[in-house]
Design a protein around this ligand. Structure first.
Ligand code: PEP
Length: 248
């Protein structure tokens, strides 16, 4: 079993004062308790500087929410993985469903971004998940397989990647997959990773569950086999809730 990873995706929320309060609250708790999970926060790009200044030399890691596939160049408004690494990030989300939907990112884009992250020395948290219609039509595992195969770069190092299974219909909706549904998909993903990397390396990869995780359902979800942590949106914006999800 790997150490659990609890990642908070702030999405396009927050402010300098919010960041200071939330990160301050998390750091106080991390310093005072014997914590059995690792925590990472992914603030919007404009807040990375503030958050990184607060988390320097602490146990709280920081990630970007997206990166460009190129190292540098004429890409106004984008941020490279190299730059995220340079300012002190350790992680970056790739292929979040809101990027796939809002920006039309394909598996090939996610693969290129994840490759850029690996090249920069970041850990990509590669997000996958089926839509509601894909689930209803019985295509969940087919879609997951395609996403895993097509989104993971050839260079993927099992020691340097995280996967996040986030059913699209459960993100920000209050709907959560049942533990049985989560178990089925997480076991399936583990199997795909075992085929690709071999048993021992594949067991070390954190597979996170995401989709309306909150303190009231976290214990049940995190107890499911092959669930090695959570990717948390809404509930990561409240220090008590985010903390309660990871610490039990
Ligand atoms: C997310 O943003 O990845 C997410 C899972 O959001 P929420 O927890 O709000 O559903």
């Amino acid at each position: 079993m790997v150490r659990k990873l609890i990642a908070g995706n702030w999405k396009m929320n927050g402010s300098v004062s919010f960041a200071s309060e939330l990160v301050g609250g998390l750091l106080t708790r991390i310093e005072q308790e014997d914590v059995s999970a690792d925590f990472v926060v992914c603030p919007p790009a404009a807040l990375l500087g503030s958050v990184l200044a607060l988390t320097k030399n602490t146990k709280l890691s920081v990630g970007g929410q997206d990166c460009h596939e190129n190292v540098s160049g004429a890409h106004t408004g984008d941020t490279s993985a190299e730059l995220l690494k340079n300012v002190g990030c350790q992680y970056v989300l790739t292929g979040h469903s809101e990027r796939r939907t809002d920006h039309g990112e394909s598996n090939a884009d996610v693969r290129a971004k994840s490759k850029a992250a690996l090249n920069a020395g970041l850990v990509p948290i590669i997000c996958i998940g089926e839509t509601e219609s894909e689930r209803v039509s019985g295509n969940t595992l087919k879609v997951i397989e395609e996403q895993v195969v097509q989104s993971l770069p050839d260079e993927a190092d099992p020691n340097q990647i995280v996967l996040a299974y986030e059913p699209v219909w459960a993100i920000g909706t209050g709907k959560t997959a049942t533990p049985d549904d989560v178990a089925e998909v997480h076991n399936f993903i583990r199997g795909l990773l075992v085929s690709r990397f071999g048993d021992e390396p594949a067991q070390k990869i954190n597979i996170l569950y995401g989709g309306s995780v909150k303190p009231s359902n976290a214990a049940e979800l995190l107890a499911v086999s092959n669930v090695d942590g959570a990717l948390v949106g809404g509930a990561s914006l409240k220090v008590e809730d985010f903390w309660a999800i990871g610490v039990r």
